[in-house]
Write a protein that binds this ligand. Structure first.
Ligand SMILES: [Zn+2]
Length: 376
């Protein structure tokens, strides 16, 4: 299949990658091959155990009795290896790629683990453990870097498990986060809108939407690069820090705004399942689409929502109409992309990008560089 060949080249290179190539390589689900998740998000294979603990996410009994469990499994592993070669003994050591590296505030990161023969893999990032999706000999996961994420090195843990529950890899790697000089906008809000600046109204909005844009649907439901959800001109970018009515900066702009008229078409930026359709005081009428793999897109201030939660929507389908509901100074669409609960810069998801040859140093971590994102 074409996407498998692409992915093979991603690993085996050298090749000049386009973003479409990379995305297509991972869109197994869209082509009928469902990716599978490997364990629940609530499991944390890192926290209570040592780096050599051979406990798997599925091995909850042994995890509950750490000392005894480790010894038993360890002894079992040794005796097996004396009797006959075990899969663990012949499996190649997994390779971990973090793309891009370094990563800028607001960017999306792809973690790719090449691990032939492995059964499960997970990553630990900022106190949370995420399952990685399994696609043949590889595991992958996306995660987002907040626009205000701390600058500097951050620890990323990767764990890989073999078919017999043996731990093939526990690796702690460093993700270097570089800063962005976000612009600052001073916005004047008056009339009824001013009341919507109340932080409690913002928190209520976030509480309502969070559960619908922070889960993991195994598999990638989207196909290729995302489309703009509106024909309107872009009027505001992601990351702008905002001060309202002269007060200190209280938040940053979590998406992209498209201008237009009330009633203008709003279309699904990519294929997925509607995870929420509703209304909050701050965001007005809104709709969230789950694209799988922890990636969501959100559409707000709508005059009309045309889909309901649970609906499957195709890329480009009419899902809503532009409006000025919620905190809006005029008709526009606020559109955002959320990856694992973090709002990220949507622009890289929209563009057809060419990346530098990631194998110039035989290191795929050079792919998807922010430099090239800016050039396109
Ligand atoms: Zn906006």
């Amino acid at each position: 299949m074409a996407h498998s060949e692409d992915l093979e080249r991603v690993i085996a290179g050298p090749v000049r990658l386009s973003r479409r190539t990379v995305l297509r390589a991972f869109v197994g689900a869209g082509a009928g091959m469902l990716l599978t998740a490997c364990g629940g998000d609530d499991l944390d294979p890192f926290a209570p155990r040592s780096q050599t603990t051979p406990t798997t996410p599925n091995d909850t009994e042994q995890a509950g009795d750490a000392t005894e469990g480790q010894q038993q499994v360890g002894q079992q592993s040794v005796s097996q290896s004396q009797a006959e070669p075990t899969p663990a003994a012949v499996l190649p050591e997994p390779k971990v790629y973090v793309i891009p590296s370094p990563v800028s505030q607001g960017e999306t990161v792809l973690l790719l683990v090449e691990a032939p023969g492995a059964e499960n893999a997970s990553m630990s990032w900022q106190g949370q453990t995420f399952s990685l999706l399994h696609n043949e000999e590889r595991f992958l996961g996306f995660f987002g870097i907040d626009a205000n994420a701390p600058i500097g090195p951050q620890s990323l843990g990767v764990s890989v498990w073999g078919p017999r529950g043996e731990q093939l890899l526990w690796q702690e790697t460093v993700v270097e986060i570089t800063g962005v000089e976000w612009t600052v906008d001073n916005i004047q809000i008056d009339g009824p809108n001013a009341a919507l600046l109340d932080p409690s109204i913002r928190r209520a909005d976030e509480r309502e939407r969070l559960p619908h844009q922070s889960g993991l649907t195994p598999g990638l439901l989207w196909l290729g690069v995302f489309d703009p959800p509106s024909n309107g001109a872009i009027t505001a970018l992601y990351g702008e820090h905002r001060s309202f009515n002269g007060a200190p900066i209280s938040e940053y702009h979590t998406g992209i705004d498209f201008g237009g008229e009330t009633g203008s078409a709003v279309t699904a930026s990519n294929t997925g399942v509607v995870s929420w359709a509703g209304r909050t005081r701050r965001r007005g009428n809104g709709i969230i689409i789950d694209h799988g793999a922890g990636v969501f897109s959100g559409y707000y201030h709508l005059s009309e929502v045309l889909e309901t939660a649970g609906s499957v929507v195709e890329q480009g389908a009419l899902i809503a109409r532009m409006g000025a509901t919620g905190l809006a100074t005029g008709p526009h669409l606020h559109w955002e992309v959320v990856v694992r609960g973090v709002t990220v810069n949507p622009l890289p998801w929209l563009r057809l990008l060419e990346f530098p040859d990631p194998y110039q140093d035989l290191n795929p971590a050079n792919a998807l560089s922010s430099t090239n994102l800016a050039e396109s």
